[in-house]
Design a protein around this ligand. Structure first.
Ligand SMILES: Cc1cc2nc3c(=O)[nH]c(=O)nc-3n(C[C@H](O)[C@H](O)[C@H](O)COP(=O)(O)OP(=O)(O)OC[C@H]3O[C@@H](n4cnc5c(N)ncnc54)[C@H](O)[C@@H]3O)c2cc1C
Length: 423
């Protein structure tokens, strides 16, 4: 097989430019590392932008800020331009209230800007497809990543790698152990309406048509969660269907999920009769909530998460209820955090087991399904991305590019220098 050697050697390569990868890449470059970020799409942001779920939760817990740093700077810069209204965090409200809705084109552009300002080599439109791994002293070491480009396959080298692919691709290819069970949370496909609301008569007409279609099995209840048309329009097609029983870490199954997602949205459109054209656009893919959870030195359990367990290497906070979506119309299994409790993420839950220069950050971090259903939210992913990059930078500068055995205080002070809140 022909693989071109790019000749480029990086300190840190981040795979994936979603919430976690964006913050990781900016932190790594700001720490003086020669950094590249790989992203298979032409747009950064992952679930936040490309997949259309633009709710960023949660920087505040119990009215107090618990996550800041690069993710929060991103929000503040968008907010200044009017593209990320921040709710009053002193108000008592159900948890969805505290999510910050970012404007999608503005958010993607802000990521472009902040990555460029930091001096990151932005490698969009490049998928990681394989890694080359060596072994020494019983530990694996990732030497290179193979990427697909318009010129064919190419090899990129780095001292440290951060897997922020959401699906844990790099880690799985490097031989990391992972969990990705037969039962996974359903996905959701976003679609967009042309209008902001309907008069009562038209809404009644469409609701009746949808109820008829559901009764005749032309529409599934899980396509629209039984919601009325004005509610669908109100949330602009965001987070309102369940596409169940697919595995996003399997290309065949993911393809089936994408096809089924579009079929679900078309079932709604067709059931709306002459009003079907009110839906004008759709995200390019079904977004899946859960795929691989990579096994790291520590595995966060639900008990640890909900009891806000303190770890000796706690490196960032996380905050969200346990939030496990179940198939079809079965709803969400939730456990709410008690007043004052703020869960933490230890660095060892980001340090991939048996590999000495690979971190994970974001949704694929190490933990059980229930803990993962909470720490997968975007602000937590952003905090994990920044933390993993600070650790990788310290490993390059002080520890010969080895992830374990780094000076934890040096990692924490680097994070604080860049605005992060460290537990
Ligand atoms: C439907 C849905 C609703 C949600 N609702 C909320 C919510 O309301 N609030 C909230 O805060 N969170 C919500 N979440 C959770 C949250 O959005 C995600 O868990 C989070 O965005 C994951 O961030 P990430 O950076 O780990 O991964 P992603 O955002 O998935 O980013 C991973 C990036 O890696 C890229 N990539 C993957 N593989 C490769 C490869 N091999 N090579 C190169 N690039 C690659 C992808 O293209 C992507 O851009 C929701 C998730 C879903 C699916």
């Amino acid at each position: 097989m022909k693989i071109k050697d790019s000749g480029k050697k990086y300190d840190i390569i981040v795979c994936g430019c979603g919430s976690a990868g964006f913050c990781a890449a900016v932190q790594a470059a700001r720490a003086g590392m020669k950094t590249a970020v790989l992203e298979r799409h032409g747009m950064p942001g992952g679930i936040m932008t490309v997949y259309g779920n633009n709710d960023v939760a949660q920087f505040y817990a119990h009215h107090k800020q618990v996550i800041a740093g690069i993710g929060w700077e991103f929000i503040l810069r968008l907010n200044e331009k009017g593209f990320a209204p921040i709710p009053d965090m002193s108000v008592d409200a159900p948890h969805p209230y505290y999510g910050i809705h970012v404007n999608i084109p503005a958010a993607a552009h802000m990521m472009d800007v902040m990555l460029a300002e930091a001096g990151v080599d932005i490698l969009y439109n490049r998928s990681a497809v394989e890694v080359e791994v060596s072994e020494a002293n019983g530990m694996k070491h990732v030497d290179d990543v193979i990427i697909s480009t318009k010129d064919g396959l190419a090899r990129l080298s780095a001292k440290m790698f951060i897997d922020a692919s959401g699906d844990g691709d790099l880690s799985a290819w490097a031989g990391a152990r992972y969990e990705c069970g037969d039962t996974l949370q359903p996905g959701t496909i976003r679609y967009y309406f042309k209008i902001e609301g309907l008069d009562e008569d038209t809404a009644r007409e469409i609701d009746a048509a949808m109820t008829r279609a559901a009764g005749e099995n032309r529409l599934l209840k899980s396509d629209y969660m039984g919601a009325g048309i004005n509610r669908l329009i109100g949330c602009d097609g965001n987070n309102i269907n369940h596409i169940s029983n697919f595995n996003g870490a399997d290309s065949d199954s993911k393809t089936a999920a994408d096809i089924e997602g579009r079929a679900a949205v078309n079932r709604i459109m067709e059931s709306m009769g002459r009003h079907g054209n009110l839906i004008s656009n759709i995200a390019p893919e079904t977004a899946l909530r859960e795929t691989r959870r990579i096994i790291c030195d520590h595995y966060i359990t639900c008990e640890e998460y909900v009891s806000a367990h303190y770890y000796p290497d706690s490196i960032c906070n996380s905050f969200y209820p346990i939030d496990l979506h179940r198939e079809g119309m079965q709803g969400i299994y939730q456990i709410f955090l008690k007043d004052g409790q703020v869960p933490m993420i230890p660095l060892s839950a980001l340090t991939v087991a048996d590999i000495d220069n690979l971190y994970v950050a974001g949704r694929c971090a190490s933990g059980d399904r229930l803990a993962n259903s909470a720490y997968r939210v975007k602000a937590s992913c952003m905090a994990m991305g920044q933390a993993a990059a600070a650790a990788a930078a310290v490993a390059v500068k002080q520890n010969n590019g080895i992830s374990r055995g780094c000076d934890l205080d040096a990692i924490k002070s680097l994070l604080r220098e860049h605005g992060a809140i460290v537990p």
